[in-house]
Design a protein around this ligand. Structure first.
Ligand SMILES: [Zn+2]
Length: 304
């Protein structure tokens, strides 16, 4: 059992370190590892929790460590010991203790970010795709940029003729009747914190949550079958390419407005499963990927 010593004037049970964040300790964590993660000295972290210990340490290091052990046992509820059995150790599932430390908590000082959780979380967590396909137009409430493999696919088709990646957003919005469509800004510019540089928005509903290089079908994700996800992606990228490279190409801002604000429907997006005017022009095929390439097309159509 580690040596313990009750301080002459222990911290009050009701004491709460000012503006501290309660942190549940876990096995493997130590004062040293926690302090290191938040960029402070371990004894400052101890002192923040149990004022007075640092002063003791200046006079008598061993006495200070005995007092820290006493606090860990009495206040934090520690029962596990370090490998050399000289000190108490943090562990999860602690039940005893006193005050705010009871149950295995210590306080972290304000102004320091909390240590990351033990299990690494994915850098990008996407919300789950909706279960039922939407068959109506909708404004996007989610947007993202292309990931590396999607950029690579776009590059393999269009080469270096596209606007910057940070200006191209994929969103979960949809055009009228739930059809994918692409629009160019400044409709969105500066107004979407998810993609601050958004200049072109490819709106593909629930497909936004898919890998856009996937050869899987859009059926079931969208209201109608728009073919393979990768083909839909390349098709919509064509509109980005058009908007970027052809100054005469007036895009879909008007269609967006019309589908949304209830004006004439004569410029509704024209995708159908039987005929696709957008991709019926002179287009080659990338033999490696089987994906159509080289969009030498002149379309003045809006939407989709
Ligand atoms: Zn289209």
């Amino acid at each position: 059992m580690p040596n313990q010593e009750r301080p002459s004037k222990p911290a009050l049970e009701s004491y709460v370190p000012p503006a501290g964040t309660r942190h549940p300790v876990a096995a493997g964590e130590t004062w040293i590892s926690l302090a290191k993660r938040i960029g402070i000295d371990p004894w400052d972290l101890i002192e923040f929790n149990f004022p007075g210990v640092k002063l003791v340490k200046q006079r008598n290091f061993q006495q200070a460590t005995r007092q820290v052990n006493w606090y860990l046992a009495e206040y934090v509820g520690c029962r596990a010991t370090s490998r050399d059995r000289q000190n108490f150790a943090f562990s999860s599932g602690t039940t005893g203790g006193k005050g705010g430390w009871r149950g295995g908590f210590i306080y972290l000082p304000p102004g320091t970010p909390p240590p990351p959780p033990p299990a690494p979380t994915p850098a990008l967590s996407l919300p789950a795709a909706p279960v039922l396909p939407q068959c109506e137009g909708s404004r996007p409430d989610f947007a993202r940029v292309l990931d590396k493999s999607e950029q690579d696919l776009a590059l393999s088709v269009f080469g270096p003729t596209l606007p910057s990646w940070d200006s191209i957003a994929i969103t979960n919005g949809l055009g009228s009747s739930g059809r994918p469509w692409t629009n160019d800004g400044p409709f969105f510019t500066g107004s979407n914190p998810m993609v601050p540089g958004m200049r072109y928005a490819i709106n593909v509903g629930g497909v936004v949550f898919s890998d856009l290089t996937s050869t899987g079908t859009t059926l079931g994700i969208l209201c109608e079958n728009f073919g393979r996800i990768c083909d839909l992606f390349v098709h919509e990228m064509t509109h980005v390419w058009q908007a970027f490279n052809d100054s005469n190409w007036t895009m879909a801002r008007s269609a967006w407005a019309q589908s949304w604000f209830g004006a004439a429907t004569s410029t509704r997006p024209t995708h159908t499963t039987s005929s696709n005017r957008h991709t019926s022009s002179k287009i080659g095929t990338n033999t490696r990927t089987g994906i159509r390439r080289s969009p030498r097309i002149a379309i003045r159509m809006s939407g989709s």
